[in-house]
Design a protein around this ligand. Structure first.
Ligand code: URA
Ligand code: URA
Length: 296
């Protein structure tokens, strides 16, 4: 390499490093330390300018047995075996129908194209009336890590891609912050059509759409699913407590580890919560680092 090429490479590395530091900072990470082995580990500083922890949150978490505010208003989850039979596929019937002790998800050999063919030009719930596009799950179909949100917003509806608006751009940074490229993971939503005015999908709307997500999960078998925000969490997990209580604690979904964390749209409204999200995502990264079943 001649010296011009070396200088150009150094400049490029400097630029990339600066970009990394900027987005870690945006996520509430103040200190990046390189540890010995293996690879890089990022260290966070707990009381930082960006990460103002709310004392209320800490005491909420400590009082784990208390009744969470608003728990009684939690949406009811319709077990898949109570859903209209026309909606439940053979795959979801056999894999998720038995809601006694959760049975492990068996890998299905369905392709996304087969699943999407069943979605078709869907009119199963009223959300079809306001959609421009159905927004299917996107990304690596051999992903170890999957992110599940609530439903498409305006930008997603226009582009037919999940998480491409402002919240999606923040999600992309979060994914990169734990060492993955966006295209290495899988990104989907409980609902595939945009609700009017971005309201949360109703329980019934979610129950109509969810079987397709479950079939994708069975086809890919990710090692970890990150559920983003209350609506996604309550639609995937039979859980009464709210996201503020449950976030950061691995849950089980038929043998798949599920990490609930805040929705990136919520982080845009309250950036101080990025610090907690970062803590949650570090647990995901550390877990995936500790298993190496297959490359990302
Ligand atoms: N919010 C979501 O929950 N999903 C998207 O795809 C975009 C925004
Ligand atoms: N409420 C939600 O629905 N989602 C969040 O991420 C935080 C609060």
């Amino acid at each position: 390499m001649d010296s011009a090429a070396i200088i150009s490479e150094l400049l490029s590395l400097t630029k990339q490093t600066r970009e990394h530091v900027v987005y870690f900072r945006e996520l509430g990470v103040e200190n990046i330390e390189v540890e010995h082995q293996p690879g890089f580990h990022l260290k966070t500083v707990s009381a930082t300018a960006t990460g103002q922890h709310e004392p209320a949150n800490a005491s909420n978490r400590a009082a784990a047995s208390g009744s969470p505010k608003g728990a009684s208003a939690a949406p009811q989850i319709i077990p898949i075996d109570k859903q209209p039979t026309s909606m439940a596929s053979p795959v979801t019937d056999s894999l998720f129908g038995d809601l006694g002790p959760p049975t492990a998800i068996e890998k299905s050999s369905e392709t996304f194209e087969e699943i999407w063919a069943d979605v078709g030009d869907c009119t199963r719930c009223p959300l079809y009336q306001g959609r421009t596009n159905i927004v299917h799950t996107e990304g690596n179909r051999r992903a170890r890590l999957m992110f599940v949100g609530e439903a498409p917003g305006a930008e997603e509806d226009a582009q037919a891609r999940p998480f491409v608006g402002r919240a999606g751009q923040l999600l992309t940074k979060i994914i990169q912050a734990i060492g993955f490229k966006r295209e290495e993971v899988l990104i989907g939503n409980v609902n595939r059509c945009r609700p009017p005015g971005n309201r949360p999908p109703t329980q019934e709307e979610a129950s109509m759409c969810k079987p397709f997500l479950l079939r994708e999960i069975a086809a890919v078998q990710p090692e970890v699913i990150v559920v983003l925000g209350n609506t996604a969490m309550k639609n995937l997990l039979d859980i009464k407590q709210g996201i503020t209580r449950v976030r950061g604690q691995f849950q089980d979904f038929h043998g798949v580890k599920v990490m609930p964390t805040f929705h990136p749209a919520y982080l845009l409204r309250d950036p101080s919560k990025k610090q907690e999200t970062w803590q949650d995502l570090k647990k995901v990264r550390d877990y995936l680092d500790s298993t190496s079943k297959r490359p990302a």
